[in-house]
Design a protein around this ligand. Structure first.
Ligand SMILES: NC(=O)C1=CN([C@@H]2O[C@H](COP(=O)(O)OP(=O)(O)OC[C@H]3O[C@@H](n4cnc5c(N)ncnc54)[C@H](OP(=O)(O)O)[C@@H]3O)[C@@H](O)[C@H]2O)C=CC1
Ligand SMILES: O=C(CO)COP(=O)(O)O
Length: 335
């Protein structure tokens, strides 16, 4: 008997959601794609012109107009697989009105690199505890991949992680394409936490640049960041992992160095003296690391891992400490 094409719903209307729509559309496996976003004007624009007006507007949207809607319940009800792609800070708001029954039996994929505020949980934990999704039905997408380069069809790699590696491989087969390679992993916790932390380190990298440090210092900062990241992952989820793999080191490098990084851009503005609010207003996009460091600060109270770089970012963003002085103090602790 011929297999029915999978139905996949993408939840979120930003750059990465738009890139995910493109990657799924450019993959040859037959599938039906559905798309939810909160902004009705954007939906109307896509219906008429087949481009997202606000993010990656060069990308042609090939999803049928009737499958794109602001009605999240409808979009989720149509799908076998739900790909979440709203910044973690707004996930609860986006899923308001969605019950565990609405998600029952569906595979849930998170392309989010953040922690849910108040809960202080990575997305996999949140889905299990609040949405009653069994761990084996959860997939995480991560790796060094900027939406802007997907739009340009530049060769990129994503790590697809799940406890059920057959499921991860099935999803990898639905998204890989001529410019997108995939790597399957079973390290769902390590993959998620690495993605959260690299955003914080990219903010640190941007702050250092903003206050005037150069490439020499940056290299030392990022070398120390990967050690800090490894120590944290080993404390939270100790398994035998190679920290040099692209889901860990690769994602840290792209975010800390790329011109496209939201987190680095935000950090650079903070280093140059912008307030948090003015930096956020200046950017049309969301720097996840700003929300994540507050949550991580709480999470690490249990684990007590020495994290001087994260501590410096927390002090600057949440205790209004001087970026110049905090980075000077941090520099004394790096090796
Ligand atoms: N961009 C990238 O290259 C990558 C991003 N990611 C991750 O993807 C996730 C989404 O990020 P990304 O697509 O970059 O986001 P963008 O910065 O491109 O877009 C922001 C998104 O957040 C929504 N949003 C902003 N404010 C609110 C609010 N108050 N309430 C609800 N929604 C809001 C916006 O909706 P609206 O337009 O309606 O305001 C928009 O959909 C993040 O976790 C990020 O870390 C992961 C890999 C790569
Ligand atoms: O996660 C990302 C790329 O892998 C996107 O985050 P940044 O935009 O901060 O780099």
């Amino acid at each position: 008997m011929q297999k029915q094409p999978k139905k996949i719903a993408v939840i979120g209307g930003g750059s990465w959601a738009t890139a995910n729509i493109k990657m799924l559309s450019d993959n040859a496996t037959p599938k039906e794609i559905y798309w939810w976003m909160r902004n009705p004007e954007a939906v109307e624009h896509i219906h008429k012109f087949r481009h997202n007006p606000n993010y990656l507007s060069s990308v042609e949207i090939k999803v049928p107009a009737e499958n794109i809607s602001t009605d999240i319940k409808y979009i989720i009800s149509e799908a076998d697989m739900v790909l979440l792609n709203v910044p973690a800070a707004f996930l609860k708001e986006a899923l308001k009105g969605i019950t565990p029954d609405d998600l029952r039996g569906k595979k849930i994929i998170s392309a989010i690199k953040g922690i849910v505020p108040d809960e202080n949980q990575i997305i996999g934990e949140f889905l299990q505890q609040h949405c009653m999704i069994p761990a084996r039905d959860i997939i995480v997408i991560s790796g060094p991949c900027h939406a802007e380069e997907v739009a340009l069809e530049k060769l990129s790699y994503l790590t697809i992680a799940s406890q059920d590696t057959e499921l991860a491989a099935e999803f990898a087969g639905m998204i890989s394409n001529r410019y997108l390679k995939t790597i399957v992993s079973d390290d769902i916790y390590g993959t998620e936490y690495a993605a959260v932390l690299k955003n914080i380190y990219a903010i640190a990298s941007g702050i250092c640049h903003g206050v005037g440090y150069g490439d020499n210092f940056q290299a030392v900062l990022i070398s120390n960041a990967i050690k800090e990241l490894k120590n944290f992952l080993d404390a939270v989820h100790p398994i035998d992992r190679d920290i040099k793999e692209s889901a860990y080191l690769g994602d840290l490098l792209v975010t800390a160095y790329s011109q496209f990084s939201r987190n680095r851009t935000f950090g650079n503005m903070i280093g140059k003296g912008y307030t948090v609010t003015s930096a956020q207003l200046e950017m049309n996009m969301v720097a996840e690391g700003y929300y994540a460091i507050n949550c991580l600060h709480q999470v690490n109270k249990q684990h007590k891992v020495a994290m001087p770089i994260c501590d410096a970012v927390y002090s600057i963003l949440y205790q209004k400490k001087s970026p110049v002085l905090e980075m000077k103090n941090l520099a004394e602790k790096l090796s």
